[in-house]
Design a protein around this ligand. Structure first.
Ligand code: TYD
Length: 138
C-alpha cells in the first residue's frame, strides 16, 4: 500500500452560537465500517506513539482536542500530517508505518478502526515492515 491512499477527510461541522458539533457515520464519512474506537490522552510532553504498521486494519485519526503530528511511511516515502481540528481526520490504510508525536498539552487523539484489537495484525519491527514493503521476505 502507498501513502497515496491515505488522506485528510473533512467531516461535517454544525456550528451555532452554542458551539460546534461534528459527527461521523460509518462508511459514509470514512471508507470503512467502524468496529472499534479508542483514544489516547494524557500524553506526556515529548512522548511518541505509534511505531508500528497494521497488516489489514484501516484507521481514522482525529485530534478531537489539541494537536499532534502523524508521520506515515509506506517503506518508500514518508508524509507528515499535522492534525489540529476536530472536523478533519486522517485516514490510514493498511500496510503503513505510523509515528505520532508533537502532542500538545491536553490533546486527545481519537482513533476509529475497522476491526477489533488483534496483536497479530501489528508489525512492530521496522526492518520486518521494510522487508514486507520491498518484498524481500524470504
Ligand atoms: P498501541 O497500538 O501500540 O498504541 P499506540 O499506537 O497508540 O502507540 O497499543 C498500546 C498497548 O495497548 C498495547 O499493549 C496494546 C494495547 N491495546 C489494546 O489492548 N487494545 C486496543 O484497542 C489498542 C489500540 C491497544
Amino acid at each position: 500500500m502507498s501513502t497515496d491512499h491515505c488522506r485528510i477527510i473533512q467531516l461535517p461541522k454544525i456550528h451555532d452560537e452554542r458551539g460546534n458539533l461534528t459527527f461521523i457515520e460509518s462508511s459514509r464519512h470514512i471508507p470503512f465500517e467502524i468496529k472499534r474506537v479508542y483514544y489516547v490522552y494524557d500524553v506526556p510532553g515529548g512522548a511518541e506513539r505509534g511505531g508500528h504498521a497494521h497488516k489489514t486494519l484501516h484507521q481514522f485519526l482525529i485530534a478531537v482536542g489539541g494537536s499532534f503530528s502523524v508521520i506515515l511511511d509506506d517503506g518508500f516515502r514518508k508524509t507528515e500530517f499535522y492534525l489540529n481540528r476536530g472536523y478533519f481526520g486522517l485516514y490510514v490504510c493498511p500496510g503503513i508505518w505510523r509515528e505520532i508525536n508533537n502532542f500538545s498539552t491536553g490533546s486527545l487523539c481519537l482513533v476509529l478502526t475497522s476491526d477489533f484489537y488483534d496483536e497479530e495484525d501489528y508489525i512492530r519491527d521496522y526492518d520486518s515492515f521494510l522487508a514486507v514493503c520491498h518484498d524481500t521476505v524470504p
